[in-house]
Design a protein around this ligand. Structure first.
Ligand code: FAD
Ligand code: UDP
Length: 375
């Protein structure tokens, strides 16, 4: 057998985009994945004619035109704009924090009134900080939007999501959420946003067209473990600690379990994403998948709907590792593994699991596009 240029472990967006680029440049690639299907976390399953995001709801968003043009060259994207609604003990609020939220919370109707209210709400936290940077998520949130919003929309949701107190989490997690003094419920600030027309599987199929792929193959329990026999280079997108046989210790992850069911109604909650921000509901969010791809009349043309409740849980062996836990222990352990990774010859460690980074889809694709010159 002729040797491969690249053995690629993992068919998520990193592996699939890498395989696409390398194949286009005439390189011989083989992609293996331990799951029964390709696509990593963006894989969708069709139920009742609806694309169900099996590994968690995915909304593509980016400011990078090169990335946007690239994905659109593979498959057209629709106009979906993420506008989640928060449900706190039956009261509804728009997200991210914007004039609609401030009106719903305090009845303020102008940016000036909202600013005054936010300043009043955050005064205590700002005084405590006394000029220093917020040291944790609670300090960050309180000094950004103040007490009412923290207590209604952040505190309990974050505790459910991360299984840790807000004082034990890094400030940067909450910096992802915009705060706006305009009536704008778009969750993202990015210029480009959408869902592939026909679903994410079309993006993956397009990326992997003409690439040899094998599913149900775990790198560590297969002939490919001895990869140098088969390939000149390895692209590894699995968990970094597993690659090194956990020799420095195990990294922690958060994972999500999904309870998915069909409801006999065309429109269950009127929105793709509803966050449950209080402890009285055990799940963090309810996703109604059809709203990602069906708009207006289309919602009612499809008589049923599929919803998923998301339960955030601590990772145990055998579960899917979803979110890296960015506390001190895990960050320094991941750094130590990264140093080992740098010494591995002809191995590229790419994507969320191999880099132990909380990456969105677009930055993962951007990284691969930046490899172009090296291929
Ligand atoms: P993955 O998609 O995880 O792919 C890695 C692949 O490697 C998997 O298929 C796995 O089976 C395979 N693999 C691992 N180990 C082995 C092995 N030993 N042998 C063979 N195969 C192996 N990003 C956004 O931009 N917008 C969103 O709305 C969004 N929502 C998200 C929601 C959730 C619940 C999660 C977890 C993530 C979300 N993301 C979102 C992030 C997005 O999923 C990632 O950026 C993207 O999937 C990263 O691609 P990847 O290739 O690095 O990893
Ligand atoms: N968050 C919150 N309330 C919400 C939504 C988000 O407090 O209704 C916080 C929470 O700490 C979360 C962080 O903001 O981890 C980032 O939210 P995002 O929706 O970006 O997280 P994702 O689940 O998409 O990774």
């Amino acid at each position: 057998m002729e040797k491969l240029d690249y053995l690629i472990v993992g068919s998520g967006l990193f592996g699939a985009t890498f395989a696409h680029m390398a194949t286009k440049m005439g390189k011989r690639c083989l992609v293996i994945d331990k799951r029964p299907q390709l696509g990593g976390n963006v894989y969708c399953e069709s139920i009742e004619g609806i694309n169900v995001h099996k590994y968690g709801a995915h909304i593509f968003h980016t400011n990078n035109k090169e990335v946007w043009d690239f994905v659109n060259s593979i498959v057209e994207f629709n106009r979906y704009t993420n506008c989640p609604v928060a449900n706190y003990k039956g009261r509804l609020f728009n997200l991210p924090f914007n004039m609609n939220t401030f009106y719903q919370m305090w009845g303020v109707t102008t940016p000036e009134e909202a600013t005054a209210k936010i300043n009043e709400q955050k005064a205590e936290a700002v005084a405590v900080l006394n000029g220093r940077e917020p040291q944790n998520l609670e300090e960050q949130a309180l000094s950004l939007v103040g007490k009412d919003i923290f207590e209604t929309l952040i505190k309990e949701y974050t505790e459910k999501q991360w299984g840790r107190k807000c004082t034990e989490l890094p400030a940067f997690i909450i910096k992802r959420l915009p705060v706006r003094l305009i009536f704008d419920n778009n969750y993202f600030n990015d210029k480009y946003q959408g869902i592939p027309v026909g679903g994410y599987n079309r993006l993956i199929d397009g990326l992997l067209e003409g690439v040899e792929c094998k599913t149900g193959v775990d790198f560590f329990n297969s002939e490919y473990r001895d990869w140098r026999k088969y390939a000149d280079n390895l692209v590894y997108t699995g968990a970094i600690d597993e690659y090194f046989d956990y020799r420095l210790g195990k990294l922690d992850w958060r994972t999500v379990s999904f309870k998915t069911r069909i409801e006999d109604t065309p429109n269950y909650q009127g929105n793709a994403v509803v966050n449950y921000t209080s402890h009285d509901k055990p799940y963090t969010r309810v996703i109604e998948h059809k709203h990602f791809e069906m708009f207006g009349k289309e919602v009612y043309d499809c008589p049923k709907t599929v919803i998923s409740e998301e339960y955030s849980t601590e990772y145990k062996d055998g579960m899917e590792p979803y979110y890296p836990v960015n506390d001190e222990r895990n960050n320094s352990l991941a750094d130590a593994y990264r140093q080992l990774a740098e010494k591995e010859e002809n191995v590229i460690f790419g994507g969320r699991l191999a880099q132990y980074k909380y990456y969105d889809m677009a930055p993962v694709i951007e990284q691969v596009l930046n490899f172009k010159s090296l291929l």
